[in-house]
Design a protein around this ligand. Structure first.
Ligand code: GLV
Ligand code: MG
Length: 350
C-alpha cells in the first residue's frame, strides 16, 4: 500500500496538527513573483510589489549564494512578520531536501511566521517519498507551534525522476497545492542540450518536405521544447484537483517570447507562471486573465444553452453540453479574477 487508506487519508500526521484541506482552494495566482530576501533593496520593495501581484514568493534556493542563505531566511521571516499582504498570497521557496539548509528553513519559518505563509515551494521533488517526509515534518512543526491553518506544499517538477513520478507526487498528500515546471534544472537532469531557461530553441524545429525543385525553399517552424512536460503536468494536476504553473522564463529582455511561452501554458491549462522581474508581472497578468472576447463569447454560449443540454448553432459553430463546460472554465476563471480586479470586472461586464 503506497498511500494511507482512504479512511485515514485526512487524519493529521501529528497529534495537535490541523486537519489537512479536503480541496485546494483556487485563489488567483497568475504570477508567482520571486524576490531575494537577502537583497536589502529587493526586500524593501517587497511590500509595494505585493500590491501588484497574486503571489509574492521569498526565494531561499537557487540564485541565492551559499553565503547569503541565512540572510535570505532571516530576511523572509522579517518581511512575513512585519507586513500584512491582504489578499496577496505569501509563499517561500525553501532549499532542496538534500541541502544543508532545508531543515532549518522549514523549522524556523514555521516557528516564527505565525499563519503568514500560505504555501511552501519545495524544489527538486523526485517522488512521493519526498512529499511524505515534508508532510510529516510540517505536521510536527504545526503541532509544536500551535498552528491552526495547514501550510500547503507546491513542488517543482524539475528532475527526470520527478517527471516519471508526477502523478504519485500530486497525490502524495492532501497538502499538495500544485506544481511548477522547472525548465532549467529539468533540462540539466534530462541532459537536454539547451542552456536557456524555458522557451523554444532554434535547433528544435520541423521542416517542410522538399518541393518539386531542389531550389524550392523549405520553411521551418521552431517547436516548443516544453510541450510534453507541461501537458503531462497539467493532466497530473487536474486529475488530482491541484494547480499547474509554468515556471521561469529566463530571457527577461525577450518579452515577446515570454508572452508566447506563458500563453502556450495558459492555453494548455496552467493557471500562472513565475515572474522573475517586474516586467514579467504585467505579461503574466495579461496572459493568465482570459481575453475579454473569449469571456463574452463564453457568456453568450452559456446563456444560449439554457439548462446546458442539447445543441445549438451560434455563428455557425456547434455548441453542446461539452462546449458549455469549456465556456464555464473561462467564465469561472474570469469571475474569480474579476472579484479581485475592478478593471477586469468592468472589461468582462461581470
Ligand atoms: C527552476 O527552478 C528551474 O530549475 O527552472
Ligand atoms: Mg530549479
Amino acid at each position: 500500500m503506497s498511500l494511507r487508506p482512504a479512511n485515514h487519508f485526512y487524519a493529521p500526521m501529528a497529534l495537535g496538527a490541523p486537519e489537512p484541506p479536503r480541496a485546494i482552494p483556487f485563489r488567483p495566482s497568475r504570477m508567482i513573483h520571486f524576490f531575494d530576501p537577502s537583497n536589502a533593496k529587493m526586500a524593501a520593495k517587497a511590500p509595494s510589489i505585493a500590491a501588484k501581484v497574486d503571489v509574492l514568493l521569498g526565494n531561499l534556493e537557487d540564485a541565492v549564494a551559499a553565503d547569503k542563505k541565512l540572510d535570505a531566511r532571516r530576511g523572509f521571516i522579517e518581511i512575513a512578520t512585519a507586513h500584512d499582504f491582504g489578499e496577496t498570497q505569501l509563499w517561500t521557496r525553501v532549499n532542496s531536501l538534500d541541502s544543508p539548509w532545508f531543515l532549518d528553513d522549514v523549522t524556523e519559518i514555521l516557528a516564527e511566521t505565525g499563519g503568514a505563509v500560505d504555501v511552501i515551494m519545495v524544489p527538486k521533488v523526485e517522488g512521493p517519498w519526498d512529499i511524505h517526509y515534508v508532510d510529516r515534518l510540517l505536521a510536527q512543526l504545526e503541532a509544536k507551534n500551535g498552528r491552526t491553518k495547514p501550510v500547503l506544499v507546491h513542488a517543482i517538477l524539475e528532475t527526470a525522476l520527478g517527471v516519471a513520478n508526477v502523478e504519485a507526487i500530486c497525490g502524495a498528500s492532501p497538502r499538495m497545492q500544485g506544481l511548477s515546471l522547472g525548465p532549467a534544472d529539468l533540462a540539466a537532469s534530462r541532459r537536454m542540450k539547451t542552456t536557456r531557461v524555458g522557451g523554444g530553441h532554434p535547433g528544435y524545429l520541423v521542416r517542410a518536405d522538399p518541393g518539386e525543385s531542389e531550389a524550392a525553399p523549405r520553411p521551418t517552424a521552431q517547436q516548443d521544447l516544453w510541450h510534453y512536460t507541461v501537458a503531462r503536468m497539467v493532466d497530473a494536476c487536474a486529475a488530482h484537483g491541484i494547480l499547474p504553473y509554468y515556471g521561469p522564463f529566463g530571457d527577461i529582455r525577450d518579452t515577446v517570447a515570454t508572452e508566447d511561452q506563458f500563453r502556450n501554458a495558459f492555453l494548455l491549462g496552467c493557471v500562472g507562471a513565475w515572474s522573475l522581474h517586474p516586467v514579467q508581472i504585467g505579461i503574466a497578468k495579461k496572459v493568465f486573465s482570459p481575453p475579454v472576447d473569449e469571456v463574452k463569447w463564453a457568456l453568450r454560449v452559456i446563456e444560449a444553452m439554457g439548462d446546458g443540454t442539447g445543441a445549438v448553432m451560434i455563428d455557425g459553430k456547434m455548441q453542446d453540453d461539452a462546449t458549455v463546460k469549456q465556456c464555464k472554465v473561462v467564465v469561472d476563471l474570469a469571475t474569480l479574477l474579476a472579484e479581485r480586479d475592478p478593471e477586469l470586472a468592468e472589461a468582462y461586464g461581470l
